[in-house]
Ligand binder design. Structure first.
Ligand code: AGP
Length: 604
């Protein structure tokens, strides 16, 4: 939820810290701060606000020192105040700490430390840590030993970075259930970051810390050891094949816009994922008695889309669960395969579900975007979707790739099972190859029309997104996009559900975005048109994303390029993204960093 970066190098590092912090800001943006080590000791600058504005106000870039840590916060414990911003200091100001995660026993530790005379200046759980290190260090042991002993006192989750004027050449960092990666720019800088975006502008060489490991970085190198017994761990260096250009806005106004427009390319990359990997998951699914799909937020809706695909193309009931609820609902055993979906690969609830599945003896597979993330290491089989960095807090392109990969799996499973719809749709793979052009055409031709709709309807407080069958998850996902980025109320639902209660909310003020299937999907088309009529009868405003004109049956219609029945919902997906984006633009929202949200939710 928060972003951490630490850098040690042979030059002044404050400008690097600021740049890295800007690149991590999507992880949290309530407040931020830096701590550097220089001849005076530890120097902390921090405040409430976005990175660029605080960095300017507090003159981050002029903080002296050849090593330092920085943090961008998304508040969990304690309000959004300067005091609660990281880094936090020990009483004597010699230890500075930045932390991501939740120290669950912080209240007990705080009481204990107060009893020993420590004074606290924030409400955060994090602040206990520098005080524990300071306390332990008083006994005359090394900073490393004090750091490790302090780590052993913590319960909960943490990614921690610490500097100390008592050992001014080093950065200490550790990981327990919160992501942390080292960046190796040999001979120049060594980095620690919450994810690779912290250092991708310097190096693509990364070392991923595992739970229970700590690392010490200096100008000359680094080592990794186990928190439990201090044994040195030898760690492979991985090359991250994301290019720096992918993390820039490249002329687009927002990352969201850029990522929407990247989708043609993202589709091609999803099609480049080797068939061997798809077959491996399909075979596991075939062998399992029960297949369960899991994600949360957008990836829950992606899973739900998968549920329809597996039912339709493979004749397989594979229920989708939202991972935040799976603890209560999921029964897993040796005969279950859990297929998890995640852009970040770090989402706490989904990661926990994978861990629970493994503990129950289930098989696990995952579709993940971020290389080196926890899920890529913890799931048994991993499909790397290779969509490139998704910086905007709102997921767009990652969801598109995940849906396509699920479609490929469903087709393969259907083929293995000789399920007739799969056999009749073997051409689908070829059709997907045409999807990039369709998406591009759609973006070029329909963006202006959608923009016009956004201008005319942005004053409406309540929106509905309605679809049937395979189009239902897209309706839910489109409503989520609208909520996240515009702060307007939007509800997505199966159109057939409407008359069982929600219809009472429909009046002439309510825009209802209908995802109309192509006419070839006759049953779905007729059912959807039935719901259109119900809304119109209550004077609701029907905005149709359709493949041909409704001949007066809709109030507004956006005609999308013709696509086959299975691919049509993906064009609706893009249209929904554009409508949310354009409406947010009209309303002047903070598009890439909407209020109260963070890109990667690594706490429960
Ligand atoms: C998407 O727009 C959201 N911001 C959010 O729902 C996200 O999809 C969810 O938190 C899951 O994240 P993940 O894909 O990184 O696991």
């Amino acid at each position: 939820m928060c972003g951490i970066v630490g850098v040690v190098g042979k030059t002044e590092i404050a400008p690097i810290l600021v740049e890295s912090l800007c690149r991590l800001e999507y992880r949290g943006y309530d407040s931020c701060g830096v701590a550097t080590l220089n001849s005076v000791g530890v120097e902390v600058r921090k405040d409430v606000g976005f990175v660029q504005e605080v960095a300017y106000r507090q003159k981050f870039a002029s903080a002296h020192g050849g090593l330092g840590i920085a943090h961008t916060r998304w508040a969990t414990h304690g309000g959004v105040t300067r005091e609660n911003a990281h880094p936090h200091l020990s009483c004597d100001g010699t230890f500075a700490v930045a932390h991501n995660g939740i120290i669950s026993n912080h209240e007990i530790l705080r009481r204990e430390l107060r009893g020993l005379g420590h004074r606290f200046s924030s409400e955060t759980d994090t602040e206990v840590f520098p005080h524990i290190v300071e306390e332990i260090h008083r006994s005359g042991i090394s900073v490393e030993e004090a750091f490790v002993r302090a780590l052993r006192r913590l319960e909960g989750s943490f990614a921690i970075a610490m500097i100390s004027s008592r050992d001014p050449e080093k950065i200490y960092c550790a990981r327990q259930r919160s992501p942390l990666v080292l960046g190796i720019d040999s001979g120049r800088h060594f980095f620690v970051g919450s994810d690779v975006n912290a250092f991708l502008h310097f190096t693509r060489r990364a070392v991923v810390l595992e739970d229970g490991e700590y690392a010490v970085l200096s100008r000359d190198g680094y080592f990794v050891r186990a928190i439990a017994d201090g044994r040195t761990r030898s760690k492979p260096i991985m090359e991250i094949n994301w290019s720096l250009g992918e993390t820039e806005k490249a002329g687009y106004r927002h990352y969201m816009e850029k990522e929407i427009w990247e989708q043609p390319d993202v589709i091609r990359r999803a099609m480049e994922v080797s068939q061997k990997e798809i077959v491996a998951v399909a075979r596991l699914m075939r062998a399992a008695k029960r297949n369960v799909l899991v994600g949360v937020g957008t990836t829950y809706y992606v899973s739900l889309f998968g549920q329809y695909l597996f039912a339709g193309l493979a004749g397989e009931f594979s229920p989708a669960f939202s991972s935040d609820e799976s603890g209560e609902l999921l029964m897993m055993d040796r005969e279950t395969l859990l297929l998890a979906i995640s852009q970040s690969g770090e989402t706490f609830d989904t990661l926990q579900t994978i861990r629970q599945a493994k503990a129950d003896g289930a098989r696990t597979a995952a579709i993940v975007n971020v290389p080196g993330s926890s899920m890529t290491r913890e799931a048994e089989i991993v499909i790397h979707q290779n969509s490139g960095p998704e910086i905007c807090v709102i997921s767009t392109k990652a969801a598109m790739a995940q849906m396509l990969l699920l479609m490929r799996m469903a087709l393969e499973l259907g083929y293995l099972r000789q399920h007739p719809p799969a056999m009749e749709n073997l051409d689908l793979l070829r059709e997907i190859m045409e999807l990039p052009d369709l998406v591009e055409t759609m973006l070029r031709n329909q963006q202006l029309q959608i923009r016009d709709l956004a201008h005319r309807f942005s004053n409406r407080r309540n929106w509905f997104y309605l679809g049937r069958g395979l189009y239902t998850p897209i309706a839910l996902e489109s409503a989520l996009k609208m909520k996240e980025v515009t702060y307007l109320h939007a509800e997505g639902m199966a159109a057939g559900f409407l008359k069982h209660g929600t219809l009472s909310l429909i009046d002439e003020e309510t825009p209802c975005v209908f995802l109309i299937p192509p006419k070839e999907a006759k049953d779905l088309y007729d059912l959807t048109m039935g719901s259109v009529a119900e809304v119109r009868a209550r004077r609701g405003k029907v905005i149709a994303f359709a493949f041909e004109s409704g001949g007066g049956k809709f109030d507004e219609e956006v005609i999308l390029p013709k696509a086959s029945v299975w691919l049509a919902p993906l064009l609706h997906l893009v249209a929904g993204q554009v409508l949310a984006y354009e409406t947010a633009l009209v309303l002047g929202r903070n598009i890439d960093r909407p209020r109260s949200l963070a890109k990667s939710v690594t706490v429960s």
